[in-house]
Design a protein around this ligand. Structure first.
Ligand SMILES: *Cc1c(COP(=O)(O)O)cnc(C)c1O
Length: 398
């Protein structure tokens, strides 16, 4: 007999490093929008590997790319050129309009690259401060934790990397007041993901663009979560109508394989030999996956699908809203959220789990939805039924 969820959970908790609180749930396999646990139960996955599994679980296109590249050239060191990493950089460049591309493994690594590019350019004039936003999220390295505006992280692992200033999202006056000659960059997510799906207005983004130009600072968009079709366009900046100077990608780029990118214009690529690198940067295997993911997204027209499925999802949420007092249905494409009338997000996550639906509650009263971009109409219907039953169960308990 293979081990149960409970047995895996016990084994894992005695050997994985401390950290996340996890339900007693161990996933063994999955396909499309579905995952199966060690007890053989199936779940409809609206967490999507945390906005990662754009092509669903265990997509054949990625499996083929992995097998093909692994048996051709697995790794050779970024000290040499390799074809897939050049091809992926060219592809990302043509999709985004940015001429220079760095390839890494994690979102935090891509953001470190962005921070270093901004500091490098700022060094010429002595500018070193980066204005980021309260409740923004940029990763878990020390510099990206310092850029992150989560109040709960304020006292952690001090001293922080200095130079990060946090302003409230969508507050133009606060951004204006934070700008001075010491600022080398303004950095935010077009839609705050971990912050609970908080979109930035086009007006704010345009003002940020203007202020950066006025003060000679770079505008950095962290699109690790919002990029790669998640919000209904290849990149959320296209929806906002404001072009940043630096763009970072991760999550959906590898659709489940660790892959990230930092993009900029040739004019802002100030790196000199030795400034930036990493053993697994420009990795041929990851790059082959990234190329396969983009090709599959183009073949299946998943950017358009993200938009249409997002509208269908929103309509279903709005249909449930009056009965259960759901508020502020928001987001775009397949990054959506809504608020509950009470801070019962974790209770709803648990109730949905009992219905066989995976949900995420990024804030006490908020539920975030980030299903695979290949989510079907049938999946959306099943989602609504399961969510309705979970909401009913929650109402009975409260
Ligand atoms: C997930 C995320 C990151 C961090 O990515 P990792 O791959 O976990 O390092 C950074 N920024 C945003 C907006 C994210 O959603």
């Amino acid at each position: 007999m293979s081990p149960s969820n409970a047995q895996w959970a016990q084994a894992g908790s005695s050997v994985w490093m401390g950290g996340a609180k996890r339900p007693e749930l161990c996933f063994t396999d999955g396909s499309g929008s579905r995952l199966r646990d060690a007890d053989g139960r199936e779940y409809l996955d609206f967490v999507g590997g945390w906005a990662v599994c754009a092509l669903g679980h265990s997509p054949a296109a990625v499996a083929r790319a992995l097998a093909g590249q692994a048996s051709t050239l697995l790794h050779c060191s970024p000290g040499y050129w390799n074809p897939p990493a050049i091809a992926l950089a060219q592809k990302l460049s043509s999709l985004s309009g940015f001429g220079r591309v760095f390839l890494g493994c994690t979102g935090a690594e891509a953001n470190e690259c962005a921070i270093k590019l901004a500091r490098k350019r700022g060094a010429a004039t002595g500018a070193w401060k980066i204005v980021a936003t309260l409740d923004g999220f940029h990763g878990r390295t020390l510099a990206t934790m310092s850029a992150t505006g989560k109040p709960a992280w304020q006292g952690l692992f001090g001293p922080k990397v200095p130079g990060f200033v946090h302003v409230p999202p969508n507050d133009i006056g606060a951004l204006e007041a934070a700008m001075d000659k010491d600022v080398c960059a303004v950095m935010f997510e077009p839609v705050q993901g971990e912050g609970g799906v908080v979109p930035f207005s086009a007006e704010y983004a345009a003002k940020a663009r203007e202020l950066c130009d006025k003060h000679g600072a770079l505008l950095v968009f962290d699109e690790v979560q919002t990029g790669m079709g998640r919000c209904g366009s290849w990149f959320a900046f296209q929806g906002l109508g404001v072009r940043p100077d630096i763009l970072t990608l991760g999550k959906g780029l590898g659709a489940g394989y660790p892959l990230s990118a930092c993009l900029t214009d040739a004019a802002f690529d100030g790196f000199e030999p030795g400034d930036q690198g990493g053993t697994f940067t420009y990795h041929p295997l990851g790059a082959a996956v990234g190329l396969a993911v983009i090709q599959e997204m183009e073949r299946l027209d998943l950017v358009a699908r993200s938009q249409s499925a997002g509208l269908a999802l929103r309509a279903r949420l709005e249909a449930l809203a009056p009965e259960f007092g759901l508020r502020d249905v928001r987001g775009s494409g397949l990054l959506q959220a809504f608020d509950l009338p009470d801070p019962t997000g974790q209770e709803l996550v648990a109730a949905a789990l009992r219905e066989g639906l995976l949900l995420n509650s990024p804030r006490p009263a908020s539920i975030r939805l980030m299903p695979p971009l290949v989510v079907t109409d049938g999946d959306l219907e099943e989602f609504e039924q399961k969510l309705e039953r979970a909401l009913e169960a929650l109402q009975k308990n409260v």
